[in-house]
Every structure is written in C-alpha cells, then in structure tokens.
Ligand binder design. Structure first.
Ligand SMILES: [Zn+2]
Length: 100
C-alpha cells in the first residue's frame, strides 16, 4: 500500500517541537492551539491570559501594555516583510553575479 498524502507530508516536513512555552502543553491536537502556537509559541489559553495580563498593566493614564504589544506585533510583521524583500533582492543579485 502507498502511504497517504498526509504521511508523506509528515515524513518530508521538518519536525518541530509544538509544546507551549508556558504550560508545556502539546499544541498539535487542537487547531486553535496550533494556530496560536505558530504565531506566539504558546497554546491558545496561555496566549489569552498573556494578553489579559498585559491589558491590566497600565502605562500612564490611558495606555496599557497590551496596546504597545499590539503595536509591536504590527511592527514585527512589517519587519518580516522587509526581510523577505531583502532576501529576494539578495538572492536575485546573487544569481546575476553567478551568470557573469
Ligand atoms: Zn499553554
């Protein structure tokens, strides 16, 4: 019998440690845990508590740490896009050099 598509994917995909960095729970079984883990390295519940905690940490009169955290995530997203573009440009110029 041929291996199913999923098994082939399993074999060729690199193995990652999918345990939440806070409660050490395995984040593979639930899809929402998996999604949150991919972004934050935490299970869904730990991430929720983390954000709740940030909301209670006040900065100044109107702000809290959560607002800053959200800003930081947005900045990080842009940073990773920048890096992708950089890599694209870098790889492109490498190809040009080797063809000479
Ligand atoms: Zn957790």
């Amino acid at each position: 019998m041929y291996p199913s598509f999923d098994l082939t994917k399993e074999l060729f995909m690199p193995q990652y440690d999918h345990t939440c960095k806070k409660c050490k729970k395995n984040c593979d079984s639930k899809s929402y845990d998996k999604d949150t883990y991919k972004r934050m390295g935490r299970c869904y519940h730990c991430q929720m508590h983390f954000e709740e905690d940030l909301k209670f940490m006040k900065i100044g009169k109107w702000g809290n740490k959560w607002q800053f955290w959200v800003k930081l995530q947005q900045l990080r997203r842009w940073e990773s896009i920048d890096r992708e573009v950089e890599q694209f440009v870098f790889n492109g110029s490498l190809k040009m050099c080797s063809s000479r």
